[in-house]
Design a protein around this ligand. Structure first.
Ligand code: COS
Length: 381
């Protein structure tokens, strides 16, 4: 489903106002306390932000991909920690259910994920299986009407808050990706241990932790999709997630360009605002050009996906370019701010640390390069 252009404009304006009036003023507090206030989360729920990508039939807003990335551009214009609170419910924590869930699973989980009553989390990565996700060793062994799960997952976003995990586990001795199945595991089950929150470089307020399964008995009907199709589900979910993350990178870049421009117009050196110096202008122009290129890539990929095309390559191109781009834009933002960019008061140094994650999670830049090249070569053969 897609919204009328008036409804979309209204949604974008509402999100933009929420970001600038409610979230931006709280950025420093959230970074200091490592906590997004409950009242803000409640407002996000009221705005429907947990269910952007969940079909209307299950209580979400049912946005198409183009609409979703346009909302993500707006959400990107503040600390990424805020987006992370609702990111998994719109992406990796719900889309496996949307794509591969049974009707009963959809009815059970999606309305609660859409309302934000339940937080969804995606448990793929393991201590010894990061980029090589197909080598994961968590096992699920059928025992009567239950699967028994054993293994440890690492760096799991929103694990401390999660109500349901999409867990990828090996159900056969077939090596590699082919032996992996997906499960919907309720966080309250016995045998699940959530580690302490990871201490991270940035994005304070967004939480990750280890999740261990110790003889955790999961009902047989928690299997998501057909047995041993879990890896493919994970890849499809990540194709989509990578595009959403690319859109967030664009939003952050645009925010940083705005902040840099404003600072350069106020800051005077050699008797005039530094924005009048061409070396500053060059940095602004490079950042604007790259952010615009990423915006175009994201929108074009989203539109292709909405037309039903497979966009694995384009999503990887977008994630690769946009996440590297925002790193360069943040670096230039620090440079334009000079000494002020290196101290905490202006927030630019915080963004510089926050954006570093974009080149790593949901597939590193190097994994995006491999996906792009692999698809090119496959098409050529
Ligand atoms: N959509 C649908 N199916 C896909 C797919 C996609 N985008 N990508 C791969 N598959 C399928 C393949 O077609 C293959 O199935 P068949 O054997 O039936 O053909 C299967 O999945 C295995 O694919 P492949 O052989 O490419 O798997 P590899 O083990 O070589 O791994 C990479 C591929 C490296 C791309 C994958 O492991 C990956 O994305 N790693 C990064 C993981 C990641 O992003 N982690 C972040 C954690 S979540 S925040």
């Amino acid at each position: 489903m897609s919204l009328s252009s008036e409804a979309l404009d209204q949604l974008l304006a509402t999100v933009a106002r929420f970001v600038s009036e409610r979230l931006v003023p709280l950025e420093e507090q959230v970074a200091e306390t490592d906590h997004v206030p409950d009242a803000v989360i409640e407002e996000m729920r009221q705005l429907g932000l947990f269910g952007l990508s969940i079909p209307e039939a299950y209580g979400g807003l049912g946005l198409n991909m183009e609409e979703e990335v346009r909302v993500a551009f707006e959400l990107g214009r503040t600390s990424p920690a805020f987006r992370s609170v609702l990111g998994t419910n719109n992406g990796i924590g719900s889309q496996g259910i949307v794509m591969a869930g049974s009707e009963a699973q959809k009815r059970h989980y999606l309305p609660k994920l859409a309302s934000g009553e339940l937080i969804g989390s995606f448990a793929l990565t393991e201590p010894e299986a990061g980029s090589d996700a197909g080598s994961l060793t968590t096992r699920a062994v059928l025992d009567g009407e239950h699967f028994v799960l054993n293994g440890t997952k690492r760096f799991i976003t929103n694990a401390p808050e999660a109500g349901v995990f999409t867990v990828f586990a090996r159900t056969s001795d077939t090596p590699g990706a082919a032996g992996v199945s997906a499960f919907l595991v309720d966080a309250g089950l016995a045998g699940i241990v959530i580690g302490k929150n990871d201490v991270k470089m940035g994005q304070r307020g967004a939480h990750t932790a280890d999740v261990s399964f110790e003889d955790c008995r999961v009902p047989r009907d928690a299997l998501l999709g057909a047995p041993e199709t879990g890896f493919r589900t994970a890849m499809k979910v990540l194709d989509r997630g990578r595009l959403h993350i690319s859109a967030v990178c664009v939003g952050v870049a645009e925010r940083l360009i705005g902040d840099s421009l404003r600072y350069a117009m106020e800051r005077k050196q050699f008797g005039k605002p530094i924005v009048d110096f061409q070396l500053i202008q060059a940095m602004l122009a490079d950042s604007q050009t790259e952010a615009y290129a990423a915006r175009c890539m994201v929108l074009e990929t989203a539109r292709k996906r909405d037309r039903g095309e497979v966009v694995s390559t384009e999503a990887a191109c977008s994630k690769y370019f946009a996440s590297e781009m925002v790193g360069r834009v943040a670096d230039r933002a620090v440079q334009i701010h000079g000494g002020a960019g290196y101290i905490a008061d202006y927030g630019v140094e915080r963004f510089y640390r926050d954006v570093r994650l974009f080149r790593i999670y949901e597939g590193t830049s190097q994994i995006q390069q491999l996906v792009i090249a692999k698809n090119l070569i496959r098409a050529a053969r």
